[in-house]
Design a binder for this molecule. Structure first.
Ligand SMILES: Nc1ncnc2c1ncn2[C@@H]1O[C@H](COP(=O)(O)OP(=O)(O)OP(=O)(O)O)[C@@H](O)[C@H]1O
Length: 704
């Protein structure tokens, strides 16, 4: 083996440098090749008495061949002349040298001079060719730019003339930017004589008509870089007509960096910044409001620092698609673990809504007190929201109607909603209200006008109760007729002035996908807030409080419902006894399948929850295992274990806090809060008074 390698190496060395004969010549190799070739031919020709005419003929053929090849690749005239001349001079020298003898000083000297001459001429023609090529590319680019700027100039001239004629305002166009989506362009205008953007905005409709823009396209003026400048956005293609599907990428978001809600007519994504703002979404029935609510909930679910609490007195329908697939165990994560619901709390009844709103108020008040240190350390009066201290977003479907209602009970709810809006901005509790119409009774409320500056009006072509002037005060030229499509309307935020927009279309399978994708991304309510919210929060998924969700679950494919009440009947199978009762064979199969999943993945209902539910127990069908541990953080579970371990003698808050201090940093105050909650829930009892007070787990207190 080593001998073979050595031989190969030797062969390579002895064969000299490897020459690539296919490669083209540069000025040096070209000249070398010509001169050595001519010299070799002259010496051989002289020695063999070759007729010199042959060499001349070969030189002429070479010159013609190269010229033809050069013409084909469009070489410049001087390159062709250089090459042809090189061939002819080389052939001339060879003929002369053959007759006079190539091995004289005169022949060798003239050959060297010819070589240098050919090299220099080849180098110069190569440089010339390169420069020619660059110039050709530059000329092409100049032509494209000239065409583009001619188009821009034409657009600018047309709009200067149009604005002058229709608005009687003289403007200077500083720039025209064509949108990359190809659906319109923006003009950067400088109105003369101290005129501001709103004067042009007031003529938006007339300008659009004069420009003969297609239906659904507008010319919208908004403030420019300073008060003396105006941006005029002109849409030329109606993108509102088409569906815009919700993007299939469900990456993490944050309330601090904005949550995307849809797209503008120029294809730009429009975001809602809700750290301090509340939002108001108005849309008559059929306008796409429910779809919009789901898009909003999708954004909240994807956020790492948001917990979503939903109130929908219309049977919770806005929140159910985010809850039921998870709680029914219909969806599982890739690793087989149970999925947490896409919203953190869902109130579908009046009582549950009261509990939720009371909890929100308590959380805001408690955060104000408990996080004083944090606020002063961060030198801010806005609670720093993070996955550890999440923002609570209260989404209240048809909440604006609750605020405007004269019903006594709803008025109470309205007061609580307004209290949350009023007191909780700094402490990270904000609301998203929806309304059927942008009527005076909704927008007449000062609190809404002041706090809910993120606004959406889905028109769906409905003009009744759609006062865009009230929804977007100060914004002129918006007309309902501009967005007569489902899911289309206007959106305005403090960061982005009201303009046409299209809500993303989100489908039920995407809601399921997002619920699964975000299951382990949802934050947990911080201890301070969870303590303040109390059992109303920690027991929110208890069977008696979620039974209404099951009552309302309609299925088309329940075999029992099909055979008895027909399609679309109420699916009561979840409420049947654990043994399946008179269930069909399909029911029995489903039950066994569920049991297998429970056994394999530990998705069985939490025994702890079962202990406390007064209503239908865990067998009622909701799979709460995904929520296990949420009600009790690891520290809380350790505290409970310490309480159990203390036996009938019981233990105190200080002893538990000491046991947990190293591992979890839990304070005595926190443990006192848990003990109080557990006492209220009947998990433990207190024996003794004052300094002798001990807490005993109820399993020891009751002697079992
Ligand atoms: N963003 C959208 N893009 C395209 N189509 C949409 C969009 N939103 C809704 N739609 C269409 O409009 C229909 C009604 O939507 P949705 O149920 O959300 O309206 P709604 O205002 O809540 O009406 P209702 O109050 O009667 O339920 C949907 O079935 C869908 O076909």
């Amino acid at each position: 083996m080593s001998t073979t390698t050595a031989t190969a190496k030797k062969q390579q060395v002895s064969s000299g440098p490897v020459l690539d004969w296919a490669a083209g010549h540069g000025p040096v190799t070209g000249a070398l090749s010509a001169t050595t070739g001519a010299f070799a031919l002259a010496t051989t020709g002289a020695a063999t008495a070759m007729p010199p005419g042959w060499v001349l003929a070969a030189g002429a053929a070479g010159a013609i061949g190269h010229t033809v090849a050069g013409l084909r690749i469009r070489n410049a005239g001087r390159t062709l002349a250089t090459r042809a001349a090189s061939w002819l001079v080389g052939a001339g020298w060879t003929t002369w040298a053959m007759t006079t003898g190539p091995l004289t000083w005169a022949a060798l000297g003239s050959l060297a001079t010819i070589g240098i001459g050919i090299g220099a001429a080849a180098r110069s023609s190569a440089l010339y060719e390169e420069a020619r090529e660059e110039e050709a590319i530059a000329a092409e680019l100049r032509q494209v730019a000239a065409e583009l700027s001619a188009e821009r100039r034409a657009i600018a001239e047309a709009w200067v003339e149009r604005i002058q004629r229709i608005c009687s305002i003289t403007v200077r166009v500083l720039a025209v930017e064509m949108w990359p989506t190809g659906t319109g362009y923006s003009l950067d205008l400088e109105p003369q004589g101290g005129i501001t953007h709103d004067r042009i905005a007031g003529h938006s409709v007339a300008l659009s008509a004069d420009a003969k823009l297609p239906h659904g396209c507008t010319a919208t003026a908004s403030p420019g870089i300073h008060q003396g400048r105006t941006i005029l956005d002109v849409t030329t293609v109606n993108v509102l007509k088409e569906d815009c599907p919700y993007p299939s990428e469900y990456g993490p978001l944050s309330v601090l960096t904005g949550l995307p809600w849809g797209v503008r007519t120029n294809g730009e994504v429009v975001c809602a910044y809700l750290r301090e703002q509340c939002a108001l979404v108005v849309g008559p029935t059929g306008s796409g409001k429910t779809n919009m609510v789901h898009t909003i909930l999708a954004g909240f679910a994807r956020a790492e620092d948001v917990l979503t609490w939903v109130i929908d007195l219309n049977a919770g329908s806005a929140g159910l698609p985010w809850v039921l697939p998870a709680l029914n165990g219909e969806i599982v994560r890739e690793d087989g673990k149970a999925v947490r619901p896409g919203v953190d709390w869902l109130a579908g009844t009046y009582d549950e809504a009261v509990l939720m709103l009371d909890a929100a108020v308590k959380v805001a008040k408690q955060r104000k007190m408990a996080y004083q240190d944090l606020l002063s350390k961060a030198n801010t009066d806005l609670l720093p929201i993070s996955p550890q201290i999440p923002q609570i977003e209260l989404v209240i479907d048809e909440g604006a109607e609750i605020l405007a209602s004269s019903d006594r009970e709803l008025r109470k709810l309205a007061e609580k909603i307004l209290e949350v809006i009023r007191i909780a901005r700094a402490m990270g509790v904000r609301t998203v209200l929806t309304a059927l119409g942008a009527t005076g009774s909704v927008l007449g409320n000062l609190m809404i006008r002041r706090e809910a500056k993120v606004r959406v009006a889905l028109t769906g072509g409905e003009t009744e109760g759609m006062d865009l002037g009230k929804m977007f005060p100060g914004r002129r030229g918006l007309r309902v007729e501009q967005a007569p499509y489902k899911g289309a309307g206007f959106m305005g935020t403090p960061e982005s002035p009201a303009a046409l927009f299209k809500a993303w279309r989100i489908l039920p399978n995407q809601i399921r996908e997002i619920t699964v994708a975000t299951s382990d991304r949802h934050p947990r309510l911080d201890d301070v807030s969870a303590r303040a919210a109390g059992p109303a929060y920690t027991r929110r998924w208890d069977a008696d409080r979620t039974a209404w969700m099951l009552d309302l679950t309609l299925t088309d494919n329940d075999p029992t419902a099909d055979s008895t009440a027909g399609a679309g009947g109420l699916n009561l199978s979840a409420l049947r006894g654990p043994d399946g009762g008179q269930g069909s064979p399909e029911d029995e199969m489903l039950r066994r399948f569920r049991a297998e999943i429970d056994a394999q993945f530990g998705t069985a209902p939490d025994p702890q929850t079962a202990d406390h539910g007064d209503g239908p127990g865990p067998s009622a069908g909701l799979n709460l295992s995904a929520l296990r541990g949420e009600q009790d953080s690891p520290a809380q579970q350790a505290a409970l274990a310490a309480l159990l371990a203390a036996g009938p003698a019981g233990t105190g808050a200080s002893a538990i806090a000491r046991a947990l201090a190293d591992a979890y940093g839990t304070t005595r105050q926190t443990v006192v809060g848990w003990l109080r909650t557990w006492m209220q829930d009947g998990i433990c009892v207190r024996v003794g008074e004052g300094t002798k007070a001990r807490y005993v787990h109820r399993s020891h207190a009751s002697g079992d």
